[in-house]
Write a protein that binds this ligand. Structure first.
Ligand SMILES: Cc1ncc(COP(=O)(O)O)c(C=O)c1O
Length: 392
């Protein structure tokens, strides 16, 4: 099959999908709402508690605990702030290095810069699009030594203090292996499960393997609170650290306004939590629908296996298939861009993966390992529409 024939077929299929959905354009990922969302929002407004205090905040915590089996949960204003708080709560110091993939959303490097720490970019592998454990192991054994129970980068003489593992598009990174490496090298493990609510690895929710996990409830995620996020942890100590700093640092008092420390205004408002509660009530249904969308895409494009694959979940992972991916068999930027352009021309809003973070101007000066696999994958990944209500 040649590339031209594939694009022709792809466009014809998406035209059919538009017809089936009775729409003129197809977003990459839209929120799905039901009447329960409206009911909850109205209920919340009636109580007048639309800001940081209220019933829905507590209810959201309860529901997330049931879903993730995390011991502690804190609803936050967004996933980026959840990462920021995670770094603070783990005591990550300024001028220490935080390992993270370059094939990544921008929240990891930005939150690291918020605390004046140093992003240090590492490579990913193809099965999960997450950090490559073997490459990381080889790299750390070469560039670092353990001194006083700390991992020291021999090149920069700085402490390597943490690693942010990102579960990309709902796929589980090789989290068990990465956790072993983090333990061996005395590095704190933050799991960015922003895109992976509802995904499990060996029957355990993503975001619950590390010292801390984060989730995003942005409008483009599987479940939304408008803007929002959450922190998951099993550590009472970490939980208490976050409690101190995530809600202005105000002392609990019936009427007096006493602020005890420098703190943030990061707690999720009750009205957002109200939306989160109704959205979470059918999470399983959403995951099932998205898994069906993956199967449909796989079937539609099965005759093009020499040219592309529809990326399937890695071993031991049951994915929420947040965003489906066409993965080109060979790195071919021209072909990738042509596919995305042609789809956008017919108002099917496909997109490439994020620009590799280490190449962004303001991040280019930070340390990095050889990033061959990320560079290769960047030229091969195309995300295609995946809203859970999409009929395919
Ligand atoms: C991998 C990843 N990390 C972090 C975030 C940050 O979440 P938010 O947009 O809620 O700040 C997002 C999503 O937007 C994301 O996809």
């Amino acid at each position: 099959m040649n590339k031209k024939a594939f694009i022709k077929y792809l466009l014809s299929q998406f035209k059919l999908i538009k017809k089936k959905n009775k729409v003129k354009k197809i977003a990459l990922h839209e929120p799905s709402f039901s009447k329960f969302d409206e009911i909850n929002l109205k209920k919340c407004i009636k109580t007048t508690f639309v800001s940081t205090f209220g019933y829905f905040n507590e209810e959201l915590v309860k529901r997330l605990k049931i879903i993730t089996k995390s011991r502690f949960v804190l609803p936050i204003i967004n996933g980026t702030s959840a990462l920021h708080l995670s770094l603070l709560a783990l005591g990550i110091r300024q001028n220490t290095e935080v390992l993270m993939p370059s094939l990544n959303f921008i929240a990891s490097p930005n939150s690291t810069l918020y605390i004046n720490a140093i992003p240090h970019f590492v490579d990913v592998e193809e099965e999960s699009f997450g950090i490559d454990p073997q490459k990381l192991k080889d790299y750390l054994s070469k560039v670092s030594i353990i001194r006083n129970n700390k991992c020291i980068n021999k090149k920069t003489n700085r402490v390597i203090s943490a690693i942010i593992v990102v579960h990309v598009f709902g796929f589980a990174s090789k989290i068990e292996e990465l956790k072993k490496i983090a333990n061996k090298y005395k590095i704190k493990l933050i799991e960015d499960a922003s895109e992976a609510l509802g995904s499990i690895y060996k029957n355990k929710a993503l975001g619950t393997f590390g010292d801390i996990g984060t989730i995003s409830f942005n409008g483009n995620k599987i479940v939304t609170t408008g803007g929002g996020g959450a922190i998951l942890t099993n550590s009472k100590k970490i939980y208490n650290e976050i409690l101190k700093i995530y809600n202005t640092g105000k002392k609990s008092h019936r009427w007096d306004l006493i602020y005890e420390r420098k703190a943030y205004n990061y707690k999720m408002p009750n009205i957002n939590a109200a939306l989160g509660c109704s959205q979470l009530s059918n999470l399983n249904l959403r995951v099932n629908k998205k898994r069906k969308i993956f199967l449909r895409y796989k079937k539609i494009f099965k005759n093009f296996e020499k040219l592309i694959e529809i990326k399937c979940e890695p071993k031991n992972c049951k994915s929420n298939y947040w965003l489906n991916t066409i993965l080109l068999k060979k790195a071919d930027l021209k072909f990738r861009n042509n596919i995305i352009k042609k789809l956008n021309d017919i108002k099917v809003f496909a997109r490439p993966v994020w620009r590799l973070n280490h190449r962004l101007k303001y991040l280019s000066k930070y340390p990095k390992m050889n990033l061959d696999k990320s560079i290769n994958l960047e030229k091969r990944i195309i995300n295609i529409p995946s809203s859970s209500h999409l009929k395919i």
